[in-house]
Design a protein around this ligand. Structure first.
Ligand SMILES: NC(=O)c1ccc[n+]([C@@H]2O[C@H](COP(=O)([O-])OP(=O)(O)OC[C@H]3O[C@@H](n4cnc5c(N)ncnc54)[C@H](O)[C@@H]3O)[C@@H](O)[C@H]2O)c1
Ligand SMILES: [Zn+2]
Length: 361
């Protein structure tokens, strides 16, 4: 096992550590030992991830410490983030006699993290939760911050809770088996942190494009750690999304959500964020926050990473504006965006004129 990086998420008595390494899945048994007594552990994963043995390695490492482990697998993909799948898991937890001294561990992407976390938050009024994210998107975004939940048929992430995990263990090795489009979707979020929140990260990314494109483990470890650190800092300042700080993580997202809905979610989230970030940069340029050099640098950066920058066919600008007015994060139908003001900095802008948007879309 190579050198580990530990990022602390400071949330008072809900504080926890994110451990980032390579080949460190089997380290989970000793990580969890700090939280004894543990009556049993439920590992939840999906049917793609189980194929790569990550969940088995986690289960074996825990079983070696003498704890009873149950391994549960659900269908892969967003289709599992439903109340039906949650209910099946609740029933299974009951049958397996899971109690409030048990721990539920999600091993998988953001779907398994959100679903497993939601089940942990609700079963027996809450059992302890641990995350082992295996997609780039989950490692840099969804596993940090404590939001867990499921979808309603007409509204994503509509039912959920805040539940901070006991800890997060990230094994960079798992990224090697990720399908290319999923890897790029994760990069869409990575780029967001660099452009909107941290110029140092942007420079690290810009000078390591080739290594990122071949998934070099050393650089990925550095990048994932940096993204976790940035998100952890923001979450520590605004855990429950009340002060407006956490909303800055939504750079590119108002546009992205409207594109995802119109594509019927065929467009992956991080790819939609990539396009949405370019739209936000264009809007910022129109409003005088950044210059053309900024926009061009961002576009060529996205392109070098193979990320999309153009609005796909079939996206209607009027519908996009309507959807953006009613985005979950908007208030009173106002058009609201996180816009860049320079490299690594951004601000929330309320009440954007829809006439300006016409030129962007
Ligand atoms: N809670 C949050 O703060 C937050 C933030 C962002 C996104 N999300 C949620 O995250 C979800 C998206 O997450 P995602 O992009 O990770 O999707 P996902 O969980 O569906 O994973 C994508 C695909 O990759 C497969 N996979 C996972 N790890 C793999 C690996 N190592 N090798 C090969 N295949 C692997 C999965 O089986 C799946 O088919 C959405 O539901 C979104 O709402 C939550
Ligand atoms: Zn996102």
């Amino acid at each position: 096992m190579s050198d580990l990086q530990i990022i602390s998420v400071s949330l008072g008595n809900r504080s926890y550590d994110i451990e980032i390494g390579s080949e460190n899945l089997e380290h989970i048994g000793s990580f969890l030992a700090a939280f004894k007594p543990i009556s049993s552990v439920v590992v939840v994963t999906d049917e793609n991830v189980i194929h790569y043995d990550y969940a088995h390695q986690v289960a074996e490492s825990i079983a070696e410490t003498g704890i009873d482990v149950h391994l549960l697998s659900v269908a892969a993909g967003e289709q599992s983030k439903t109340v039906e799948t949650a209910a099946t898991l609740w029933e299974t937890l009951l049958e397996e006699k899971i109690d409030r001294k048990s721990v539920l561990i999600s091993v998988g992407g953001g779907v398994i993290g959100d679903l497993g976390g939601f089940v942990a938050a609700t079963f027996a009024r809450g059992i302890r939760f641990f995350q082992v994210p295996t997609t780039l998107l989950a490692q840099v975004d969804s596993s940090v911050g404590g939001k867990v939940g499921i979808d309603l048929p007409k509204a994503k992430n509509m039912v959920g809770a805040f539940l901070q995990p006991l800890g997060v263990l990230i094994d960079i090795k798992t990224l090697q088996t990720l399908p290319e489009t999923q890897y790029q979707s994760g990069l869409g979020e990575v780029v967001k942190y660099g452009v909107a929140l941290n110029a140092g990260l942007f420079q690290l990314l810009e000078t390591n494009i080739e290594k990122i494109n071949v998934r070099d483990s050393q650089i990925l470890k550095q990048i994932v750690a940096e993204c976790c650190r940035i998100k952890a800092t923001i979450v520590a300042e605004d855990e429950f999304e009340t002060t407006g700080r956490r909303v800055l993580l939504n750079y590119g997202h108002t546009f992205a959500h409207a594109f995802e809905i119109q594509s019927d979610f065929a467009l992956l989230h991080g790819l939609a964020v990539s396009i949405g970030s370019i739209c936000a940069a264009r809007l910022a340029m129109r409003m005088g926050f950044v210059d053309e050099i900024f926009l061009k640098r961002q576009i060529s950066f996205h392109q070098a990473l193979g990320l999309p920058t153009e609005i796909p066919d079939g996206i209607d600008w009027l519908q996009t504006i309507e959807l953006m007015r009613h985005d979950k994060k908007s208030e009173f139908g106002k058009l609201r965006f996180v816009l860049p003001t320079g490299l690594g900095s951004c601000r929330l802008v309320d009440n954007v004129d829809s006439q300006i948007l016409k030129h962007i879309l």
